[in-house]
Design a protein around this ligand. Structure first.
Ligand code: FES
Ligand SMILES: [Fe+2]
Length: 435
């Protein structure tokens, strides 16, 4: 394989307990080029949720893996995913973010495609020769398109393993997040779309990093939480971290998990939450209901999907350049809860993860600061990611990031099969966690 030497960029010594990553991985355009071909073109990528295509004719457009996509629900109710590029001379056939339609008419020369992607009309059809085959000129479907419990994924590698196998042990944790919604969860219309002048892998690390929360998000913990009647010491006080865990799953998926604090809600919203909990107890039994409802988890699905259970958030991102990413985030909420509870969830979501919340701007500042300082990589060449090696990992350790980087390195080297992403010693912990 031509291009950058990957092997020396991740130094992983499980015996000694050292792990470091060279900072050129965050800045080198040749690395990003390789990431596009070896990672983003070869992994399942989250594209949307089935609740966004509820009725025949519903459609959404978005960029996934760098490509413009058009996802539709056809007249028979089947969901489909196409490249949103006209087979005539390339324009996007749909320029809206979402809606309901029977045909998509390209703005440029008015070729029309139906919900199944077929070319159904073009002005001046008689100008084409007999060799022009209209049937071959439909919208191009993405090579692979599968759903897991309503979450739609695409892959640009036709030979990839099926989605459930790909998700592997992560399914247990995805299930826990989805089961909270009872039978149905839905993406609330609207998204947060923002960007950051930072490498995409910095956001992977940050999204599963409990080590930074107290230093980076002091104001949220020391000021905002007490203001709304919560005791932050339950979360961040001495010893609170010991109840948390960092977990490396198979093939780069990973998560952090911590016990959830008692809710500050009162009145009918609190009663409604108690009702949800009683339903979970009944449906899943007390033990599993507790695993569903009593923990906060940030679940990372390799390579670029984060599920944040506390804020019921789905977040994905993609690099535009080594130092710039575009991020999309949606709220995934139970379908049948009251307006009041939904509003409280949104307040909670926006107060931390909103673009002007207490969390996201801090993180943007942290990550952009790293990216800028990587200019000194000739002198300060390495990032240390060894925290917690050699012990049962806590959420404030960095095992979950090492899991990502181990898979990253394996895939950048062209790996076809699975990768052992564990530190070795914590395997027992990870196995227990999936039961
Ligand atoms: S590019 Fe779409 S009709 Fe010409
Ligand atoms: Fe953060």
């Amino acid at each position: 394989m031509q291009g950058p030497q990957i092997e020396p960029l991740v130094e992983d010594d499980r015996e000694r307990g050292t792990f470091r990553v060279h900072r050129s991985t965050f800045t080198d355009p040749a690395i990003l080029e390789r990431e596009r071909s070896e990672i983003f073109d070869r992994c399942w990528l989250y594209a949307g949720h089935e609740s966004e295509l509820r009725n025949p004719g519903d459609y959404i457009t978005r960029k996934v893996g760098g490509r413009p996509l058009l996802l539709t629900r056809d007249a028979n109710g089947q969901r489909r995913a196409f490249l949103n590029s006209c087979t005539h001379r390339g324009n996007a056939v749909c320029r809206e973010r979402s809606g309901n339609a029977r045909v998509f008419t390209c703005f440029y020369h008015a070729w029309s495609f139906n919900l199944e992607g077929s070319l159904v009309g073009l002005p001046g059809e008689d100008a084409y020769s007999a060799a022009f085959d209209k049937k071959q000129m439909g919208l191009k479907p993405v090579p692979r398109f599968e759903s897991y419990r309503g979450m739609m994924f695409v892959c640009f590698d036709p030979d990839i393993i099926d989605l459930p196998t790909y998700l592997g042990d992560a399914r247990e944790y995805i299930d826990a997040m989805l089961d909270y919604g009872g039978d149905e969860v839905e993406i609330v219309p609207g998204a947060q779309a923002y960007s950051m002048r930072a490498n995409w892998k910095l956001l992977v690390e940050n999204s599963i990093d409990a080590y930074h929360v107290m230093s980076t998000h002091q104001r949220y913990f020391r000021q905002f939480l007490p203001d709304i009647g919560m005791d932050p010491n339950q979360w961040i006080g001495p010893g609170s971290m010991s109840a948390t865990r960092g977990i490396a799953l198979n093939n780069g998926h990973a998560l952090i998990e911590s016990p959830l604090l008692p809710t500050p809600l009162t009145g009918s919203a609190k009663l409604e939450l108690e009702g949800i909990r009683a339903t979970l107890d009944e449906k899943f039994g007390k033990e599993r209901a507790s695993r569903i409802a009593d923990y906060s988890r940030n679940i990372f699905i390799y390579p670029n999907l984060i599920l944040i259970s506390m804020w019921r958030t789905v977040r994905t991102f993609y690099p535009v350049s080594p130092d710039f990413i575009e991020i999309d985030a949606w709220a995934l909420l139970p379908e049948n809860e009251s307006q009041e509870l939904r509003e409280r969830r949104f307040e909670n979501f926006i107060s931390f993860l909103g673009p002007a919340g207490f969390g996201t701007p801090d993180d943007v500042s942290g990550l952009e600061g790293c990216q800028r300082a990587f200019a000194s990589q000739k002198e300060v060449g390495w990032s240390d990611i060894s925290r917690g090696m050699g012990r049962a990992p806590l959420a404030s350790d960095e095992l979950q990031m090492r899991a990502f980087w181990r898979r990253w390195q394996a895939m950048m080297l062209g790996a076809d099969g699975p990768t052992d992403c564990s530190d070795g010693s914590e395997t027992a912990v990870a196995t227990t966690a999936t039961q």
